[in-house]
Design a protein around this ligand. Structure first.
Ligand SMILES: Nc1ncnc2c1ncn2[C@@H]1O[C@H](COP(=O)(O)OP(=O)(O)OP(=O)(O)O)[C@@H](O)[C@H]1O
Ligand SMILES: [Mg+2]
Length: 439
């Protein structure tokens, strides 16, 4: 249908433009206009896919033409009585001639005929079209525009589910208290090149593909692996040898299938805990039953390293039990110790678990001194115990009007908590750092 409303015929200095209905064979031209209008460097709210979907799904579209050439397009999608203008683009040399307003006018009348009586548009400031909307009397409203890009392609959702993986919440990295040394190292060696591979390439840095985290129990290896995933916005997939073993065809085969499935994910942090269980030293006679599994894991890691955008994190409490071939260069980029928290880290971890309401009243330094050889997990345990005891005495009446745990409650809970670490373990760990770590 050709429309006959005023304002659609225009005269520029030499050439006449007009606005008309969109025809199917305009599609290529519309795409070209859309792409050209993107060159201004402003990110549009609606992607091309959404614009094309609006055309396909019974939206409304008009184009501006000069002779046979399409120089502009305006497209809307209809939601009940609201029309959303998802594209208003014009070739550069035709800006400022009133064509944008003319297209809007025409589109509006079509939409009104289809029951629309409220028209909306979302544009970045500076985008083509802002002037056209203003000229047509559109009011701007002070709204906050929220957008979150889910780091998963739709086809990955099912795959991730079958792997038992998920996208972790933001903020786990910041929630990791203390451990400044480990955090700095991991931030620089892992997060930086993985988050900005182009920058890394500029400096000739190859982003890491696989790392080992080692350290005594409860020092935060799992927590670090998850924090890295959260920081990168990549899904987290834990490979559980115990679960794979229960799955029938044998652990080695299950491992291979799992890695084949992981290879289909665009991005992922893949975590294998207690890796010594499937990568212990080989060469015993007779060969240990896990030898086939170790070999499969080695093969899987080689395959895994072939594509960027994914990181394998293996964790272990017994790094010295690992097959030396397993740890070699070229297989793992770094072998990183996650140690018991030092005083600063313990203070930060205590502060994380002491409720804000009593934080000023509690002598954190005393807790730090009393919790030597405590892991973050031990501190968490003692802190929760103190909170529970304080809650009970407050409700059942032995506390003299004090709300919340006191220093004494905390020291009491520390006294009832057995530290995970011993001096001997710390000595072993220090020795492992010297012999095995690779930073
Ligand atoms: N830096 C930290 N700040 C706050 N809490 C922490 C920190 N590190 C660890 N935790 C807490 O301590 C507990 C144990 O941490 P995690 O499970 O990461 O240790 P791990 O090294 O993986 O232990 P394991 O060797 O037993 O697997 C978790 O509940 C975690 O929330
Ligand atoms: Mg763990």
């Amino acid at each position: 249908m050709m429309s006959i409303l005023p304002g659609r015929l225009g005269q520029s200095s030499m050439t006449t433009w007009r606005v008309r209905d969109f025809h199917d064979d305009d599609l290529d031209h519309v795409v070209r206009v859309w792409e050209e209008s993107r060159k201004t460097g402003v990110d549009p709210v609606y992607g091309l896919a959404e614009v094309l979907a609006a055309i396909r799904n019974d939206g409304s579209a008009v184009v501006a033409v000069v002779g046979p050439v399409v120089v502009g397009a305006t497209i809307a999608r209809i939601n009940g009585d609201r029309g959303w203008v998802v594209m208003l683009a014009l070739a550069d040399e035709w800006r400022g001639k009133g064509i944008g307003s003319a297209m809007l006018t025409d589109l509006e009348s079509r939409l009104v005929h289809r029951g629309v009586h409220r028209l909306s548009a979302l544009l970045p400031e500076g985008e083509t079209g802002v002037e056209a909307f203003r000229n047509r009397g559109y009011r701007t409203r002070d709204l906050v525009y929220f957008e979150r890009v889910v780091p998963l392609q739709p086809q990955e959702v099912g795959r991730l589910e079958s792997l038992g993986g998920h996208v972790l919440p933001d903020g786990l990295w910041d929630a990791l208290a203390g451990m400044a040394q480990e955090k700095t190292l991991i931030e620089r060696r892992l997060v930086l090149p993985l988050a900005d591979p182009d920058l890394a390439e500029e400096f000739g840095v190859r982003p890491p593909h696989a790392v080992v985290l080692f350290g005594p129990p409860g020092t935060g290896k799992t927590t670090f692996a998850k924090a890295v995933a959260s920081r990168l916005g990549w899904p987290f997939v834990e490979v559980l040898p115990s679960r794979l073993a229960a799955e029938g065809p044998g652990l080695a085969l299950a491992l291979r299938d799992t890695f084949a499935e992981i290879a289909e994910l665009e991005h992922a942090v893949v975590f294998i805990d207690e890796v010594e269980e499937i990568a212990a030293e080989r060469g015993g006679r007779p060969p240990s039953p896990t030898q086939g599994v170790t070999n499969e894991l080695l093969k899987s890691i080689s395959g895994f390293r072939e594509r960027d955008g994914r990181l394998l994190v293996c964790a272990t409490n017994f790094v010295r039990a690992l097959d030396p071939a397993f740890l070699r260069h070229g297989r793992f980029d770094y072998v990183i110790p996650i140690g018991p928290p030092d005083r600063t880290a313990r203070a930060a971890i205590w502060r994380r678990y002491v409720p804000d309401t009593v934080l000023d009243l509690v002598d954190v330094e005393a807790l730090v001194a009393a919790s030597n050889l405590f892991t973050p997990a031990d501190i968490e345990f003692a802190a929760r115990k103190a909170s529970q005891q304080a809650l009970e005495s407050s409700v059942y009446g032995t506390a003299g009007g004090v709300r919340g745990p006191t220093t004494a409650d905390y020291l009491d809970a520390v006294g009832q908590t057995r530290s995970t670490l011993t001096e001997a373990m710390v000595a072993d760990f220090t020795d492992d750092i010297e012999r095995i770590s690779r930073l």
